[in-house]
Design a protein around this ligand. Sequence first.
Ligand code: ATP
Ligand code: MG
Length: 363
Amino acid sequence: MPENHGTKPRILTGDTPTSRLHLGHYVGSIENRLRLQDQYDCYFLLANMHAFTTKAESPEEIRTSTIEIVKDWLACGIDPDKATIALQTEIPAIAELTWFFAMLLPFNRVLRNPTLKTEIDAKGLGDTYSFGFPMYAVGQCADILAFLPELIPVGEDQVAHIEMCREVARRFNQVFCAVDPQTEDDDYPARGGLFPIPKALVGRIGRLVGTDGNNKMSKSLGNAIFLSDSPKEVKKKIGAMYPGQSRNPDEPGNVEINPVFQYADVFLTDRALLEDLKDRYRRGDNLGDGHVKAHVIEAINALLEPIRARRAMYEGPGGDDLVIDIIRAGTARANDLTERTLHEAKRAMRLDFGPRSLRWAPR
Ligand code: ATP
Ligand code: MG
């Protein structure tokens, strides 16, 4: 049983197993999870149902990514003795709450969600995306609220989703728990509401740009540096980056539009060196992009080295089994909590016909 379980304010967040984790995840959300895992009762969700909304034809890949993401978490320092790692598809309360919440949200409100629109463009989903794709935004309200959390550490793209989740929580509390609509967000539980109105906690860098220098770094866009990339891969990916229009021969370098400098800003720990590089680049001194890139490559590899070393412990024989045991133990705990939430929600909705229990058989 994790030492924080049940005694501390709660955090819920998660990642979609569409691939391994990248640097954007690290600075957008993982850093905060590591910082807060001692102070909060943390639940980290593997959103594998959501991976099916865009990758239904690749179940094997989703399964592999699910295991790999847990290895990434453990490699970063997420400690399953402190935080609970849970698998979305084995938490029936989430699926049930998704249906109920879908009835509290106007259809057009879901489709207007700006993050969905950006994803449809960036991932080239056209107009043939599955019905399940926009549903994931509703599902995410259930992912979050099933755990009754206070805080959700996420990147900037998730803020629109979390706003919708906050709306659903208010609405449920008003409709089914008779809470006055004028109530302040923080007061809902004290006024008899089931759901807290949780807050997004955006990381140090809310949107890390991808190596294409354009879109957000994303697992699905082929512009990511993965936490499990080798030093050689990091070198190759940074080396191939285009410095943007900052190298117009008539103008000194523009650090603001050069994505390599965005990485320098985020990853160089030697701030004096960073300022010196920026000054020289702006002045148009004889400072090649290769020189800046070399410092960025070194800084990223310094961050990733201990992560690679810890990851290696789970990559040998038996590593997957260890991960599956962690997932099973965490998901059983998540079911204890989310079944209680669902039971309370059903009671508020006059759907309660007595308690039920979920039993986990041995593997
Ligand atoms: P996909 O392309 O499949 O949507 P993704 O790379 O966007 O994958 P998610 O699993 O959707 O990753 O996101 C997990 C968490 O990481 C979210 O909190 C998200 O906001 C954050 N995140 C993802 N990409 C970035 C980024 N480039 N910068 C900062 N945070 C990010
Ligand atoms: Mg995403």
